[in-house]
Design a protein around this ligand. Structure first.
Ligand code: HEC
Length: 373
């Protein structure tokens, strides 16, 4: 790829990239500052901060060394945006974590924008400007086609929303669609087993705290057979088998084998990986194409270019984030918040695209003098 340069010697200020480096360092240091115990309890947020920070530092250093590199500004913007919408920020579990992330993320976004503007400023001023068409310059047949596709896709999106509502609503037992419902769809409801209920209740006295914690951790991780053989079986033998085994002579369920404990240890681990992969590829193809069609029609609207760019890019970012966070939610239910944020971003962008395009397709008068691209 060639980068078009000005004839003037390159005098790009380094402030934005140095600021980017500092932000990266702060981000990477954050998990150690905000309480050691926090890092131990939430290893995923620890790694999230650390990896994001290291990537930010790497990008800034790369841009300082390779002065002409054009993409680092955008890459930095993505990381800063992730800092703002990551589960650590949105879960509000640790107030100082949320605040720190919001400050660091916002600063990162500002730095990235300054950075990108500088990089763009290096493009020659006299490069040919390609003016995009607006609806006024489209033929009437094109406008008919665009209007109709907007109606069909708009109704399709409303149907998709209703379907989503009907399939997810009320899973947590509360009316309406809540973040908890989303978490249950992907992560499952792992506290709902009889074994956990009994361990927290009437059987509490039979096992010391450490053993109980281990059994509950095993349930939450999906109650696997290998886990049973390795850690759970010895605990059962030690604490429970004198009553819960065929040898005890009592008419109680036997827990000394994996198959027999399953009766009380069946956990709902949410959507299977296979279902997720199936849904992901259908969504990526389907939503990707819808985003293309809606975005394409939206390019004909008469609006400021920066705004159009942002509204066109949002659905693509949102789909990628949404699907990535399904998998993360399966791993940790905190990420249900990020699923919600990306869903809202997608809805907002498509809402703007459909409504504004529809309005302009119908009402935009031919006005040659006023048609920005
Ligand atoms: C002193 C005997 C005794 C010991 C030890 C004991 N239990 Fe129980 N357990 C019982 C009795 C009696 C019941 C049935 C009465 C009830 O449901 O409260 C029962 C019921 C249960 C049930 C419900 C079974 C069902 O299908 O209804 C679970 C689960 C359970 N125990 C788990 C445990 C675990 C785990 C341990 C070991 C940490 C344990 N128990 C140790 C006596 C015992």
């Amino acid at each position: 790829m060639t980068i078009i340069q000005n004839d003037a010697p390159l005098k790009m200020k380094v402030t934005a990239r140095v600021a980017g480096l500092i932000i990266g360092i702060i981000m990477a240091a954050l998990p150690w500052y905000v309480g050691g115990p926090h890092a131990v309890q939430h290893p995923e947020s620890f790694w999230n901060c650390l990896i994001t920070g290291l990537l930010m530092m790497g990008i800034a250093v790369w841009a300082l060394v390779r002065k002409r590199a054009y993409w680092p500004g955008w890459a930095f913007l993505v990381l800063a945006a992730w800092t703002v919408v990551s589960p650590d920020t949105l879960s509000f579990q640790i107030a100082e974590m949320t605040i720190a992330h919001l400050i660091v993320g916002a600063a990162g976004i500002v730095v990235a924008i300054v950075w990108i503007r500088r990089a763009l400023g290096r493009l020659p001023k006299d490069r040919p400007v390609v003016r995009g068409r607006t609806f006024t310059e489209c033929s009437s047949t094109e406008r008919t086609l665009y209007g109709l596709v907007l109606v069909i896709l708009g109704v399709g999106y409303l149907m998709a929303l209703s379907y989503l509502y009907m399939t997810h609503e009320g899973l947590s037992g509360k009316p309406g669609l809540t973040v908890q419902d989303i978490a249950i769809s992907y992560y499952g409801n792992r506290s709902g087993t009889k074994l956990e209920a009994m361990l927290r209740g009437p059987m509490q006295g039979f096992a010391p705290q450490g053993d109980r914690d281990q059994i509950i951790a095993w349930l939450k991780s999906g109650a696997s057979e290998s886990g049973y053989d390795k850690t759970i079986h010895p605990i059962i033998e030690r604490d429970c088998a004198r009553c819960h085994s065929s040898k005890s002579g009592l008419k109680l369920p036997d827990f000394t084998t994996y198959s027999s404990i399953q009766q009380v240890a069946k956990v709902n681990t949410g959507m299977s990986l296979l279902t997720l992969v199936k849904l992901s590829h259908i969504h990526l193809f389907g939503i990707g194409l819808v985003a293309f069609v809606l975005g394409y029609v939206f390019t004909f609207t008469a609006l400021p270019v920066w705004f159009k760019n942002a509204v066109i890019a949002t659905p693509f970012v949102a789909i990628a984030m949404d699907i990535a966070t399904w998998y993360l939610t399966k791993w940790d239910p905190i990420y249900a918040y990020t699923v919600v944020v990306s869903g809202v971003a997608l809805g907002a962008a498509w809402g703007i695209q459909i409504i504004v395009s529809m309005y302009q397709v119908v009402f935009l008068r031919v006005d040659e003098s006023r048609s920005p691209n």
